[in-house]
Ligand binder design. Sequence first.
Ligand SMILES: Cc1cc2nc3c(=O)[nH]c(=O)nc-3n(C[C@H](O)[C@H](O)[C@H](O)COP(=O)(O)OP(=O)(O)OC[C@H]3O[C@@H](n4cnc5c(N)ncnc54)[C@H](O)[C@@H]3O)c2cc1C
Length: 404
Amino acid sequence: MTKFLGPLDIAVVGCGVAGQAAATLLSERGHRVTVYERFTEPQPIGAGLLLQPTGLAVLRELGLADQAIARGARVVGLEARTHRGRPILDLHYAHLHPQAHGVGIHRATLFELLHERLKKSPAKLVTGAEIVDVDQTHLVEANGTRHGPFDLIVAADGAHSALRTRLMPHARAPIYPWGCMWTTVPDPSGIGAAGLLRQRVRGTKLMMGLLPVGRNEVTIYWSLPIRALGRSKTIDLLAWREAARALWPEAAPIIDHAAAAGDFARATYRHVALSHWNAGPVLFIGDAAHGTSPQLGQGANLGLMDAWALANTLDDAPELLSAFLRFERRRNPAVRYYRRASHLLTPFFQSRLAPLGWLRDAFMGPAHHVPGLRTMMGSTLAGTRRGWLSSVSLDGDGCFPLDA
Ligand SMILES: Cc1cc2nc3c(=O)[nH]c(=O)nc-3n(C[C@H](O)[C@H](O)[C@H](O)COP(=O)(O)OP(=O)(O)OC[C@H]3O[C@@H](n4cnc5c(N)ncnc54)[C@H](O)[C@@H]3O)c2cc1C
């Protein structure tokens, strides 16, 4: 008879999307879980994000999907156009299933839902603990304090993971040359009411996105090269207002609001590609394992799926090493696809390579009329792909089947 892993002592480093979901699910399966977070008050950074059917399925398991849908904005598709109005992307979840949809949600709302859920679980939370190293089975804080021993350490400390740098010094995790600034503002013009994530582009250097994230609220994204995003750089909001209005005149009321409020967050992203998910007993999940540019809107969804897969894999594995192998087998197809697809697509939207913009404008619109390609693009948006040739079908209710 196979003996399964008993309750484990587990440390989760990072109280973000992936860390909180993993800690809740693992502790409720009987493991003794402690979360370590560097901030004294765990907090979300930045503005809104798009939950896909994949991420929503994990939130449903956590009992949070209805609240996320009620407090966010139902998103029915993605539409991208050039500054001249030429369509580049026109994708609707309904192409996959009539009831399928995404949810635009403020980061603070998603964080609050996950955090309240974590507090109701048996997991413990230690804040103000900046974890910089692992010594065999112990965590080591920046001030030298040690915690442990642990059977399993889950590193969910984000794209700029200190543990990855320390334990996998040769892992590839370059910063993209472009990032963005973003904020959430009221939507007096009702541009978000159609439930579309909208983008406007001009060449590869100008890109603006509008994501509905709640009742009459939208998040604005504005692409910038990273040299303009340093903390010491001030953002010239008057110049931005002029450039944004010229790119997208219909969005002028939203742009004016954002320029007046001026509280933009800045984001840089990494392309993280690990050859293995673990280093000894330390398993990397979320952006720490597979950070990408947000071009395909999948990062948080992939992190939620990692959390779900980890909790399930530990349930029926005889020992930790085989649990890690099963976890890798389960997560590699989707993660590899989205990492590569994001990496391939990003320079078409954010780079100095003007010819890529010409190619994008010439071919992406017509590609929607090629039946196989349209389905592939739609399932890529919905997060259901498992590779270039395969994807998971949504169930009868238009939801993502987690056990597929
Ligand atoms: C502009 C932008 C737009 C995006 N849009 C989308 C979208 O539409 N859809 C989507 O799915 N994803 C989107 N993403 C990606 C998404 O934000 C990330 O994939 C997701 O937040 C990753 O979650 P995580 O839990 O892995 O890491 P994080 O959310 O970054 O959490 C990491 C946590 O670890 C803590 N931490 C870090 N270092 C330490 C340490 N040394 N010790 C202790 N704690 C530590 C941090 O304080 C933080 O709480 C976007 C990202 C950006 C930048």
